[in-house]
Design a protein around this ligand. Sequence first.
Ligand SMILES: Nc1nc2c(ncn2[C@@H]2O[C@H](COP(=O)(O)OP(=O)(O)O)[C@@H](O)[C@H]2O)c(=O)[nH]1
Ligand SMILES: [Mg+2]
Length: 444
Amino acid sequence: MFDALSEKLQATLADVRGHGTLTEDDVKKAMREIRLALLEADVNFRVVKEFTTTVRERCSGAEVLGQLNPGQQVVKIVNEELAALMGGASAGVSFSPRPPTVVLMAGLQGSGKTTATAKLARHLREEHGSSVAVAACDVYRPAAVEQLVKVGGQAGATVYERGTEENPVDIARWALDQAKMDGKDVLIVDTSGRLHIDTELMQELKDIRTAVRPHTILLVVDAMTGQDAVNVAEQFAEAVNFDGVVMTKLDGDARGGAALSVKAVTGKPILFASTGEKLEQFERFHPDRMAQRILGMGDVLSFIEKAERQFDEDEAKALERKLRRDEFTLEDFLDQLRQIRRMGPLTSLLGMMPGFSGQQLKGLKVDERELDRIQAIILSMTPEERRRPELIKGSRRLRIAKGSGTNVQAVNQLVKQFGQMRKMMKQLGRGKMPDLGAIMRQAR
Ligand SMILES: Nc1nc2c(ncn2[C@@H]2O[C@H](COP(=O)(O)OP(=O)(O)O)[C@@H](O)[C@H]2O)c(=O)[nH]1
Ligand SMILES: [Mg+2]
């Protein structure tokens, strides 16, 4: 679901997360990338414009600049605005105080109405313990009635059908009477669709609406059709006001545009998401969870993946061999340092783990400048010196200090620390657990 969009947004935000402080330019660049990602995902361009404007304003305001961890703040803002874009807090179906609650399903042909009718019936039975009936009001295709009889039955709903000879409005009215007599909690009315919106279809929906006075009208929208889906929803909203959207076929290669735009364009929330042909592939739509899923936030898996990508297993094994043979050089050390740093600042890495809040991270200070210094010092050494640090004495020490913009003392300290580290690693190789604290204290 939304894989491409998700990947792009995550990459952009990983970049931002890596920043200790953010300039207006950083924010601008990130917004440009977010804008492109959304447009590529087929999100309505007006929606994209509004979205990026809001996010940029919030990011440029006091909310971000000058804060302790601006990168994380940006991620938080994007997450919140993404959730708001899709409808904020999630809503379910509301029940009528006087049962049966009547739900009218509308939508184009092939959008997934009949399937969604059965899925919703199953959902209401399982989640709310409702007794549910469905009405077969698509009389234009004989197969449509059979289809509802089959899937409605599988969903445990009573199916009210009168073949294809009668008028759909009459069938709907009759079904409502039946539902009342049978003491059903919910009646879901499946209707026919057309390939395109036409006045005939709208009139039929309006007539059924008048006949059964639905408590809720759900518009079924095929996510795969992208912007078309949003246009259809807009036209439905004008003609027959609906209450919420069932977004179907989110399992396909839907780029996300429809799901992200429909609320902003029509003002109606997505209430349910359908993610496959099976009855159970149907769930309440939670904009906040969806936003988090798209951004991959607080996701341990993504954290592990990230780490794994950097520390390729083979490399790790080679390193271990080196450690055991005491062949670990400053060159290797620099390599390790670079790999760690490629993953972003240590605090932001921790910030990706669930359970670490920004508040907790305030106490934890990883001195990035210290890492810069170490890197600069090693880079100022010759390859020979990196392999054999014991060579570093007198004039070499001075040259390295000058080259790295540090001082002799700093070079000394690094060489000493490195020596201790090597010793520790040798112990590790022999299976003894070294006292890290003692080593660090000695080296100071
Ligand atoms: N992959 C996938 N297929 C779906 C989904 N919902 C419906 N379908 C399929 O889409 C086709 C049309 O669905 P149907 O319910 O008959 O649409 P209707 O014409 O609006 O009643 C059928 O083949 C369904 O199995 C979904 O969420 N995912
Ligand atoms: Mg149908």
